[in-house]
Design a protein around this ligand. Structure first.
Ligand SMILES: [Zn+2]
Length: 291
């Protein structure tokens, strides 16, 4: 319920913290066009640790995820719409009985933060190199060395025809390619909720992040393109290839930026990629683990 998380609690270590259900904040980082900058909030002088710089954030409401809370608070304090942010990782600082979750995100569209709502003296983009020179909120200052080392977002591009073929060998999947692809998408959905560092494909790093929220791009071709009529069912991005799927896979991987891994066993396709790749067995192993 909105606002029901407001209040002070004492954690297992004996500190007083704001947020009965814990708290969450957003570290929005933009590394596009040669920039490297983050959105920082100069907290209003009347507030707790007033006058210091930190990330926008606040108490989590009951039933609200850390991502939902961080994006809501950022909208309320920095006028950044939740839809403008792609969250891609989480770092949790658990004190026992209270935890602070930093959500790391990148802008989906150009973002121009401005202070609103009275809790912000100022909100602005700050070059990463200049962050340590500011008077930082003590919690943010302690977290910054690790947070600043967070890797770029992770995108998984799935060659659906190839993976479905590897998954469905022998059960007649080729007679119902759209149905088999829908089954793959159902199985993939939990991946979008997050991958722990131990579950990442080789070569992808989580750095200090406890959980990576991958962007999952699934390329479908031929008769399997019928699944796009139900695209809203799955928390992934569907790309319907107009011709052979390979061209669309190469294009999606090249356009993604950050850490990119393509799932395919197709040797000809692998030769065309500038990004990393893994075989369907890696993905099918993850999916089996989710079941
Ligand atoms: Zn504490």
């Amino acid at each position: 319920m909105r606002g029901d998380g407001d209040g002070w609690v004492r954690c297992a270590a004996g500190h007083r913290h704001w947020g009965r259900n814990g708290a969450a904040g957003l570290l929005l980082r933009d590394r596009s066009g040669g920039a490297d900058r983050v959105v920082l909030q100069h907290r209003a002088f009347w507030s707790h640790q007033g006058g210091t710089w930190g990330v926008p954030g606040g108490a989590r409401d009951s039933g609200e995820s850390a991502v939902q809370a961080a994006l809501r608070e950022t909208g309320e304090e920095a006028a950044i719409p939740p839809a403008a942010v792609r969250p891609y990782g989480l770092v949790s600082d658990d004190h026992g009985g209270w935890a602070y979750t930093t959500v790391v995100g990148v802008p989906r569209v150009p973002v121009d933060p401005e202070p609103i709502g009275g809790e912000s003296e100022d909100v602005r983009w700050v070059p990463v190199a200049e962050v340590p020179a500011r008077e930082l909120h003590p919690g943010f200052a302690a977290a910054w060395p690790a947070l600043s080392a967070a890797p770029e977002p992770f995108t998984l591009v799935v060659d659906a025809a190839n993976v479905v073929g590897a998954r469905g060998r022998g059960d007649g999947w080729w007679r119902d390619r759209a149905g088999a692809t829908a089954g793959l998408l159902d199985a993939l959905a939990p991946l979008a909720a997050g991958l722990a560092p131990a579950d990442l494909p080789p070569g992808v790093t989580a750095g200090p992040l406890d959980l990576l929220l991958p962007r999952v791009v699934v390329v479908v071709e031929g008769a399997a393109r019928a699944v796009t009529e139900q695209a809203a069912r799955w928390p992934v991005e569907l790309v319907a290839a107009p011709g052979p799927g390979d061209d669309a896979v190469v294009g999606a991987a090249a356009a993604a930026g950050g850490q990119v891994v393509v799932v395919t066993a197709d040797r000809g396709l692998r030769d065309r990629l500038s990004s990393a790749y893994v075989g369907p067995s890696w993905l099918l192993g993850r999916l089996a683990g989710e079941a």
